[in-house]
Design a protein around this ligand. Structure first.
Ligand SMILES: *Cc1c(COP(=O)(O)O)cnc(C)c1O
Length: 367
């Protein structure tokens, strides 16, 4: 099955539903012993989560997937499954929520080195005898840095360490980390998978059902940070249109990035699809498209950036990303005092509005 077909059919388990074309939401928390699907209790498994996990695994070309109640819960499950005393190599501009998970929840449990993962030498130099996990986020948030996943996977394999890739920005429509040598793929399903800014969720997909995956399954079952059947239903429904939404996001993002490059009030544009992006060659090699996220800095500092945001009509000043509506925010203000993000940087989640409306709005607000 091709991607568009499997996203429509695999997450929709309609057996035993009286001919319903759409799988119903099964709210029951408990199941009769000896039932055909082997369901026991909803925290361990339920029909809607099972369907969601099947489509997630297929989308990312893995052997299995586990759904979580948020992206942070999914990422944290990986750190929980590591043996205490493990060393992690992670990006210096890592998604701040998972950065906080590593440094706050796992302080004294694991060691972490944050490096520019788009710089292979820096990654090599960060390796220690106890390095057990390489955490890649590509493109990264909010600087849209691109890391060479295949090259990092070679380093991980040589070390006997796990390579996990946060694929939230690219989505499997544009990038398959498992094809590039990753062992695990992580998603915040809250973003493009949900696609309408109304579901919180997270996912892990594994290349192999190995011993480490069993530990992650245990964290999911015993830790219990699982999505509800209703959330799973909405996610499988949204995933059915993912391929088409991503094409729209990417084409709007490219057009907006090109417009911004040409504008005198704009200092710098960060978009991996631009030939001027420092890692454009790596992006072109490992991605089938460049996604829907664009960051840019404006002349006049943070105040000018805030002024611009306040004038926009179609870009809501809000955090998060991946919904049909365009969002914009000044990241440094959200990330707090220790951030390395430039304070005049605006991150845009380019929505599915007509591109002419988005560019006209931006043109007017930039003045
Ligand atoms: C949002 C996000 C997360 C965290 O996901 P939540 O669903 O908010 O917990 C992780 N990584 C990236 C790249 C994200 O954008």
């Amino acid at each position: 099955m091709k991607f568009e077909t499997l996203t429509i059919h695999l997450g929709n388990g309609t057996h035993e539903s009286h001919g319903a074309v759409v799988q119903p939401i099964t709210l029951s928390t408990t199941f009769e012993h000896g039932n055909e699907g082997g369901m026991l209790y909803s925290r361990a498994n339920n029909p809607n989560r099972h369907s969601l996990e099947q489509v997630l695994a297929a989308m990312e070309k893995g052997e299995d997937a586990a759904a979580f109640s948020s992206g942070n819960a999914a990422g944290t499950a990986v750190y929980q499954a590591l043996a205490p005393g493990s060393h992690i190599v992670a990006p210096d501009d890592m998604y701040h929520g998972l950065h906080n998970s590593m440094v706050q929840l796992f302080a004294g449990i694991h060691e972490v080195t944050f490096v520019d993962m788009s710089n292979l030498e820096a990654v090599k130099n960060a390796i220690r005898p106890n390095t057990a996990l390489f955490w890649v986020e590509s493109p990264s948030n909010p600087l849209l840095k691109v890391s060479d996943i295949r090259a990092i996977s070679a380093l991980a394999k040589a070390k006997g360490a796990i390579l996990a890739c946060d694929n939230t920005f690219a989505t499997p429509v544009f990038q398959n980390p498992i094809d590039l040598g990753a062992d695990l793929v992580m998603h915040s399903s809250t973003k493009y998978f949900g696609g309408h800014s109304d579901i919180l969720g997270g996912a892990l997909v594994t290349a192999k059902k190995d011993a480490f995956w069993e530990k992650i399954r245990n964290v999911q079952r015993i830790g219990g940070a699982v999505p509800s059947p209703t959330d799973c239903y909405y996610l499988t429904r949204s995933i059915r249109t993912l391929a088409y939404r991503m094409k729209g996001h990417a084409s709007n993002a490219k057009a907006l990035a090109e417009f911004l490059v040409s504008h005198a009030q704009v200092e710098k544009v960060y978009y991996p699809g631009l030939a001027t992006h420092p890692n454009h060659a790596v992006a072109a090699k490992q991605m089938h498209g460049f996604g829907g996220m664009v960051s840019f800095t404006v002349k006049g500092g943070a105040a000018a950036a805030d002024r611009l945001v306040s004038k926009l009509r179609f870009f809501a000043n809000a955090t998060s990303l991946g919904g049909v509506e365009s969002l914009i925010e000044r990241r440094a203000a959200v990330e707090g005092p220790n951030t390395t993000t430039p304070d005049n940087l605006l991150r845009v989640s380019v929505g599915l509005e007509h591109i002419d409306d988005l560019i006209d709005d931006m043109k007017e607000a930039l003045g």
